[in-house]
Design a protein around this ligand. Structure first.
Ligand SMILES: *[C@@H]1O[C@H](CO)[C@@H](O)[C@H](O)[C@H]1NC(C)=O
Ligand SMILES: *[C@@H]1O[C@H](CO)[C@@H](O)[C@H](O)[C@H]1NC(C)=O
Ligand SMILES: *[C@@H]1O[C@H](CO)[C@@H](O)[C@H](O)[C@H]1NC(C)=O
Ligand SMILES: *[C@@H]1O[C@H](CO)[C@@H](O)[C@H](O)[C@H]1NC(C)=O
Ligand SMILES: *[C@@H]1O[C@H](CO)[C@@H](O)[C@H](O)[C@H]1NC(C)=O
Ligand SMILES: *[C@@H]1O[C@H](CO)[C@@H](O)[C@H](O)[C@H]1NC(C)=O
Ligand SMILES: *[C@@H]1O[C@H](CO)[C@@H](O)[C@H](O)[C@H]1NC(C)=O
Ligand SMILES: *[C@@H]1O[C@H](CO)[C@@H](O)[C@H](O)[C@H]1NC(C)=O
Length: 629
C-alpha cells in the first residue's frame, strides 16, 4: 500500500471514529482534519487549508468573538506562506523549497499533528519534515521542523519559514512593543519616489529612510514575541525557548518587515553568524514556535496579551506533543545553582549558556543546541529542559570582563544537577585605572551621530540609517576623551571608522560630504601618579569589526598593532543598524615605564589607509586600563 493510500485510510478511520462528519472549512466546530485535494485543519478557533504539494497554508481563518467579518476573511489572502533554504551543495549554491513528498497525520482527542516530509535528497540533501500542530479549542498553532543530514558537502546560509499575510488586515507590526506601528508597504516603497541607498534600505521623498534591519529582534533574549496586527486582531510569533538558535542568546534576526512578512529564522548569517556546516548524521529540531491569534482594542493590548500567552507557553516547554526522539520531550533534565562574581551576585544581567563540550564560543556555533537562562537577583539560576549529556557552562555578565567557563556539567534524564555556588573570579591584570563604556556586548551606551529619520517609531539612534555619514559633523576632530571629565554617552562614538568620512561614495552625496581619506586618530587622556615599575594592560572590547585594523600608542610609543582585524563575513552591524555584531576582545600588556603624570592613548587604524576604506570600521563595547606593580 502506498503511503498516500495508507494515510487516506487512516484519516477516514479517524474521521469516522470522531463524529462521522468531515471537517468543513470555516465550521469552527471541533478539532478535525480532512485529507482531500487539500488538507483542512480546524478547531473551535482556527481553520486552515493547506496545499499538500507545497506544504503551504493557503487559507487561514480565525473565529473572532469581537469582529465577525474576520471569520470569513482569509488571513493569508493575497499572500503566501513558505519554507525557503539558501544552501550550498558540493560548492554550488541554491535557493530551494522542500519537495513535500509525504504527509503524516497524527491525531488524538487533544491535538492534530501534520508532518510534511521532504525526503527527496536530489533537491535538498537533507531529510526534512515540518509540523503544524493544533490543539483543541486553542488560538495557538505550532510550527516545528526536524532536519536530518545524510551525506556530506552541505552548508546552509539561511533556513526560514515565512508567512506573507493579508495586507488589508495586518496593517501594523510590533517588534518588541516599543518599535511598533504601521507596516511600511512594499507598494508605497516602490511608488513613493524612493531611492535605494543601501541594500534593503530606501529613502522616501520626505527624507526618511526605512530598512528592514530596523525591525530586527530588539533584545537578543531567551523568550520573545513579535507579530503583525490589524485593527482589532493580531498574529504573534511566540519563541518560547531558543535552544536551536545559531549564535546563542545574543543572536539578532529579522522579525517582520515590509511585504507583510512574519518570519521565523531557523538559521541565518545575519550579523556575522557563521554558516551551518553539519556533518553526516547531524539532526536538529527547530522550534516549536507558537503562532498566536488574539484580539484586542489596541496594538499594545494585543501585544501585552501575546506576552502573557508566551508565559503560558513557557510552562509547557518542552512541548509533550513533539514525539520525535531527537526532541526528547520526556527525558530532559535541568541545571541549577547560584552564580556570584568575586563573592557577590552581579547587579546587572548574567547569561548562563550550556553548550556542547567542543563549542569554544556560542557566537560561532550553528549546529548544536545551546540552553540559556538569566540569573536572578541573588545570582540563583536554573537552566531548564536540557537534553541529557555532558556540557560546558559559559557565563557572560554585564559589567564583567571575560567569560566564565566550567567543563563537565552532567545533565541526567529527569533530574536536576545542582552546581551549588559558583564564584566567578573576574579576569584581572591589576588595579583598574580607568574604563570607558561597560562590558555588555553592546555599543548602545556611546554617542551616536544622528541618522536619518525613519518611519519606524521609537528607534534608538544607532538603528537609523547613515549614522556613520554624520560622523565628520559630530566628531570633526575624532573623539578626544579625558578620563574623569568626558562622558562616554557624549564624547565617545559607538563605532570607529578607518577614514574621516566613512560611508559609500554615493551615500556621502546624500549629506554633501566630500570624502576625506585621512585615518582617524582617537585620543584618551588620563593622569597617572603610581609607580612606573610593573605593567599596564589595555583591554579593548569590540562589538563588531569589518576589514579593520587597530594601532594603539601610549605617549607616541606603539604598544599594539593588529593589521588583520576582520570580523566574520556579514558582521556589518553598523550598516545593518544594530548596536552589535560579533564580540571580540583584544588585550595588550606594556611596561608602566611608558606612563607619565599626563598621558595620551591614541587609537588609529593599522597599516596604510586609502579612499577605498570607506566601509572599514569597528564598534566599541568598552576600553579598560589596569595596572599592576
Ligand atoms: C497546490 O500547489 C500546486 C503547485 O503550485 C498546484 O499545482 C496545485 O494546483 C495546488 N493544489 C490545489 C488543490 O490548489
Ligand atoms: C549564488 O551565489 C552567487 C554569487 O554569490 C549569487 O550571485 C547568486 O544569486 C546565488 N544564487 C542563489 C540561488 O542563491
Ligand atoms: C507517522 O505517524 C505515525 C503515527 O503517529 C508515527 O508512528 C510515525 O512515526 C510517523 N512517521 C514520521 C516519519 O513522522
Ligand atoms: C526516505 O526515503 C528513503 C529512500 O527513498 C526511504 O527508504 C525512507 O523510508 C524514507 N523515509 C521516510 C521517513 O519517508
Ligand atoms: C474554549 O475556550 C474558551 C476560552 O478560550 C472557553 O470559554 C470555551 O468554553 C472553550 N470551549 C470548549 C468547547 O472547551
Ligand atoms: C589630571 O591632572 C591635572 C593636573 O595635571 C588636573 O588638573 C586634573 O584634574 C587631573 N584629572 C583628573 C581626572 O583627576
Ligand atoms: C546638499 O546640498 C544641496 C544643494 O546645495 C541642498 O539642496 C541640500 O539640502 C543639501 N543637503 C544636506 C543634507 O545638507
Ligand atoms: C610585566 O610583563 C613582562 C612581560 O610580559 C613580564 O615578564 C613581567 O613579569 C610583568 N611584570 C609584572 C609586575 O607583572
Amino acid at each position: 500500500m502506498s503511503t498516500k493510500c495508507l494515510i487516506a485510510s487512516l484519516v477516514l478511520l479517524l474521521v469516522h471514529t470522531s463524529s462521522g462528519q468531515r471537517c468543513n472549512k470555516l465550521s469552527f466546530q471541533r478539532l478535525c482534519v480532512t485529507d482531500g485535494n487539500d488538507l483542512v485543519l480546524e478547531n473551535e478557533r482556527l481553520s486552515m487549508t493547506i496545499n499538500k504539494t507545497k506544504g503551504q497554508i493557503i487559507e487561514l481563518y480565525y473565529n473572532s468573538i469581537i469582529d465577525t467579518t474576520i471569520k470569513s476573511t482569509n488571513l493569508v489572502g493575497g499572500g503566501s506562506n513558505y519554507y525557503l533554504a539558501n544552501i550550498d551543495v558540493d560548492g554550488k549554491n541554491a535557493s530551494v523549497r522542500p519537495y513535500m513528498g509525504n504527509i503524516n497525520i497524527t491525531q488524538n482527542a487533544e491535538l492534530i499533528d501534520i508532518a510534511f516530509i521532504s525526503n527527496d535528497t536530489s533537491i535538498w540533501p537533507v531529510y526534512f519534515e515540518f509540523h503544524l500542530v493544533l490543539e483543541k479549542n486553542s488560538s495557538v498553532f505550532y510550527y516545528y521542523s526536524i532536519h536530518k543530514y545524510l551525506r556530506d558537502g552541505y552548508t546552509a546560509g539561511q533556513l526560514r519559514w515565512a508567512i506573507r499575510a493579508n495586507m488589508d488586515i495586518f496593517k501594523y507590526y510590533s517588534v518588541d512593543g516599543k518599535r511598533a506601528g504601521t507596516m511600511p508597504l512594499q507598494r508605497d516603497i516602490k511608488s513613493a519616489q524612493t531611492q535605494t541607498v543601501q541594500d534593503w534600505t530606501y529613502m522616501f521623498k520626505d527624507g526618511t529612510v526605512y530598512s528592514k534591519y530596523q525591525q530586527i529582534s530588539s533584545n537578543e533574549d531567551i523568550n520573545t514575541v513579535f507579530g503583525i496586527y490589524g485593527n482589532r486582531f493580531g498574529l504573534s510569533l511566540l519563541q518560547t525557548h531558543k535552544e536551536w538558535v545559531s549564535g546563542g542568546p545574543f543572536k539578532q534576526d529579522l522579525t517582520t518587515h515590509t511585504g507583510h512578512l512574519l518570519l521565523f529564522h531557523e538559521h541565518s548569517g545575519h550579523y556575522g553568524t557563521p554558516e551551518l556546516v553539519p556533518t553526516k548524521g547531524w539532526t536538529k529540531v527547530y522550534g516549536p514556535i507558537g503562532l498566536y491569534f488574539n484580539e484586542g482594542l489596541s496594538l499594545s493590548e494585543m501585544y501585552s496579551d501575546a506576552q502573557r500567552q508566551l508565559r503560558e507557553e513557557e510552562k509547557k516547554w518542552p512541548y509533550q506533543f513533539v514525539t520525535a526522539p531527537e526532541y526528547n520531550a520526556q527525558g530532559r533534565g535541568s541545571v541549577s545553582g547560584v552564580l556570584t562574581v568575586d563573592g557577590s551576585p552581579n547587579k546587572e544581567w548574567t547569561y548562563l549558556i550550556l553548550t556542547e563540550p567542543h563549542v569554544d564560543d556560542p557566537q560561532f556555533e550553528s549546529a548544536t543546541y545551546m540552553y540559556s537562562a538569566v540569573a536572578g537577583k541573588n545570582g540563583e539560576f536554573k537552566i531548564p529542559a536540557v537534553r541529557p549529556g555532558t556540557y560546558k557552562l559559559q557565563v557572560i555578565a554585564k559589567g564583567v570582563v571575560g567569560r566564565y567557563i566550567q567543563d563537565n556539567i552532567h545533565v541526567y534524564q529527569k533530574e536536576n544537577s545542582d552546581l551549588g555556588t559558583i564564584d566567578w573570579k573576574q579576569e584581572t591584570h591589576g588595579e583598574l585605572l580607568w574604563q570607558i563604556g561597560v562590558p555588555d556586548r553592546s555599543s548602545a551606551e556611546f554617542k551616536s551621530p544622528p541618522g536619518f529619520p525613519s518611519p519606524i517609531p521609537n528607534l534608538e539612534e544607532y538603528r537609523k540609517f547613515g549614522t556613520w555619514l554624520s560622523y565628520p559633523k559630530t566628531f570633526p576632530n575624532d573623539p578626544d576623551f579625558t578620563v574623569g571629565l568626558s562622558d562616554p554617552a557624549e564624547d565617545w562614538c559607538y563605532f570607529m571608522p578607518t577614514i574621516k568620512t566613512p560611508g559609500f561614495p554615493a551615500q556621502l552625496k546624500l549629506v554633501n560630504v566630500t570624502q576625506n581619506a585621512q585615518p582617524t586618530i582617537w585620543k584618551v587622556r588620563f593622569n597617572y601618579s603610581g609607580s612606573t615599575k610593573g605593567n599596564a594592560t589595555l583591554i579593548l572590547g569590540f562589538t563588531a569589526r569589518v576589514k579593520a585594523g587597530i594601532r594603539a600608542l601610549i605617549n607616541g610609543e606603539e604598544i599594539l598593532e593588529v593589521v588583520d582585524f576582520d570580523g566574520p563575513q556579514g558582521d556589518s552591524a553598523l550598516f545593518r543598524q544594530a548596536a552589535h555584531g560579533i564580540f571580540h576582545q583584544q588585550s595588550v600588556t606594556f611596561g608602566l615605564s611608558l606612563l607619565k603624570d599626563k598621558n595620551i592613548l591614541e587609537l588609529t587604524p593599522a597599516g596604510v589607509v586609502n579612499q577605498n576604506h570607506f566601509d572599514r570600521m569597528m564598534m566599541w563595547d568598552f576600553l579598560r586600563m589596569e595596572v599592576s606593580n
